[in-house]
Structure formats: C-alpha cells, structure tokens
Design a protein around this ligand. Structure first.
Ligand SMILES: *Cc1c(COP(=O)(O)O)cnc(C)c1O
Length: 288
C-alpha cells in the first residue's frame, strides 16, 4: 500500500496537517488511486477485456483511469459529456487520455444524464459484453473499500478531525467507515451546491448509527467548478505560503473552508486537524 507524506501547515493553537495524496503516484493522482485499485484488480481477476466509465472533459477520474488501464493492460472506453466537443481539438486532459490508448466517445448532455439509468447501462453492457462498467467518478462499493485505506491507524490516534473535499461522496464514505469507533470526527466540504450529497453519503456508508461526520456546503463558491475572486486569491496565498499546489475545484475549496472555520472558532482550541489533499492537479492549468 502507498503511504502518502503528511506535511505540517499550522502548529498552534490549532494543528493543521495535510496528507498529500497528490504525491502517491505521478499519473494516477490522489483519491482516484484508491478508488480505482480494487475496481481494476476486480476487472483483471474476472478477465474482462476492458472497462468503461463516464466523465466530463476535464475529469480527474477519466484521466487517472486511462493511466491505470494502461498499467493493468485493460482496454478503456471513456464516455465524455458533450457531443459538441467531438468537433474540437482535444483538451490537455483528453490528449493524455487518448495517448494512453483509451477510446473516447462523446455523447450529448441529454444522453449523458442517462448514465445511471438501468436501461442505458444494460444497452451499453450488451454493446460491450466483455467490459466492466465503472460509474462516473469511479464511485461504487469497491471504491469506498479502497478509500478506507487513505486513513492509517496512526491517523486515527493523531487527529481529532479529518477533512476532505466531496464530489460524489464515496471518498468521504470510505473515510467515515475507517474512522468509525474512533474518536476522530469527519468533515466533508462540498464541491457542489446540491445538498443531496449528505443523503448520498448516508446511502454509501449504509449504517445510520454512524454520527461522527458532517457535511459543510458553505464554501462551494456557487457550485461545481465555479470560483470566486476570494477563492482564487486564497489559493495563490496558500501556494505562496506553504509551497503546496492546490486546484480550485476540490482541495482549494476545502482549505479555504478550513481556514475560514478556524478563524471563526468552529474548531475547539488545540484541535488536531488532518486535511486530505485529493490531487486533481492535472486540469489545474485549464481552470485558473
Ligand atoms: C474526484 C475528486 C474528489 C471527489 O471524490 P468523491 O469520491 O467523488 O467525493 C475530490 N478531490 C479531487 C481532486 C478529485 O479529483
């Protein structure tokens, strides 16, 4: 198992450390490494010919998946949202994806909305019988199992809070399961405006007795992939002060939130916080 380095950000009165999942693999970055590991070993074990998954044109998941499939010698089909993109040159994310041998198929936004629908998935499976279908963001049971490994036993002893950015919620679900029955609290920062995420996470963890976690929606800056001048300014300051690259969709918003909550005394004195850097730097140049 890969061990991510932990770096100190603040030491007093609040301790804030950051776990650098962005450094565990040069290509399969961040939390996607953990989300994919059991999915791809499953696909290999079941002798699938390839995998199929879904994402937007800048998807960190599709980017990581294309590298992972090349590594595991699995074929890969990436279904990308937006058929208007098929007439344009590939962006930097999809250029890497294509270079890894992944086949790219653009579909309309309307069709893309069907991506979780059983009929749509059944048709897709029929067209590609030897392919293993992984949902958008890689988010399924095996992903949640892999994401438990983001947190070590030592982390449970060393921290009062673990903070993580949330997209689909499966990474947070893994962290919640790993911290169950410890004293450590979990705080998720939504990258989306939609408040249904808490419900989705409850479904993922499938244990209503677990109460040691909460979601914060106050720092999504207007919604997924949206930014504010304050967020961008925060990211520049953070990178200058701590020499850690962050992007504005996930880790940037989480850290923006953590610093603001510290300022507003959300955390009690002497709290020890571990923030998870979930990677995703591949698309940063296109985003800010
Ligand atoms: C995908 C991603 C997330 C969100 O993970 P979920 O499991 O979908 O919640 C967070 N940070 C980065 C950098 C990501 O690429």
């Amino acid at each position: 198992m890969q061990n991510a380095p932990i770096q100190s950000i603040l030491t007093s009165p609040i301790t804030l450390d950051i776990k650098r999942l962005d450094l565990i693999d040069p290509f399969i970055s961040g939390n996607k490494f953990f989300k994919l590991k059991y999915n791809l070993s499953y696909a290999k074990e079941k002798q699938y010919q390839g995998v199929i998954s879904f994402g937007g044109a800048y998807s960190n998941h599709i980017h990581a998946l294309s590298y992972a499939c090349r590594y595991y010698q699995l074929e890969c089909l990436a279904i990308i949202r937006g058929d208007e993109l098929s007439h344009q040159p590939l962006n930097s994310t999809l250029t890497d994806v294509a270079r890894n041998g992944t086949q790219i198929k653009f579909i309309s936004r309307e069709q893309y909305r069907q991506r979780h629908h059983p009929d749509f998935l059944a048709q897709l499976q029929q067209a590609y019988p030897n392919y293993y279908i992984i949902p958008e963001g890689g988010s399924n049971e095996l992903a949640i199992q892999g994401c438990q490994e983001i947190i070590s036993t030592a982390d449970l002893a060393n921290y009062d809070w673990i903070c993580c950015a949330v997209g689909t919620g499966s990474t947070l679900a893994g962290i919640i399961q790993k911290t169950a029955h410890s004293h450590t609290q979990v705080l998720g920062f939504s990258a989306l405006k939609d408040h249904y995420l808490s419900e989705q996470i409850r479904l993922f963890i499938n244990d209503n007795r677990l109460q040691h976690w909460q979601m914060n929606y106050d720092y999504c800056c207007g919604g997924y992939a949206k930014t504010t001048p304050e967020l961008i300014q925060f990211i520049h300051h953070f990178e200058q002060n701590y020499h850690i690259p962050i992007e504005p969709i996930y880790t940037g918003k989480m850290l923006y939130g953590i610093f603001d909550l510290i300022q507003n005394d959300f955390f009690t004195a002497n709290s020890r916080i571990l923030a998870i850097h979930t990677g995703g730097l591949q698309a940063k140049m296109s985003l800010m």
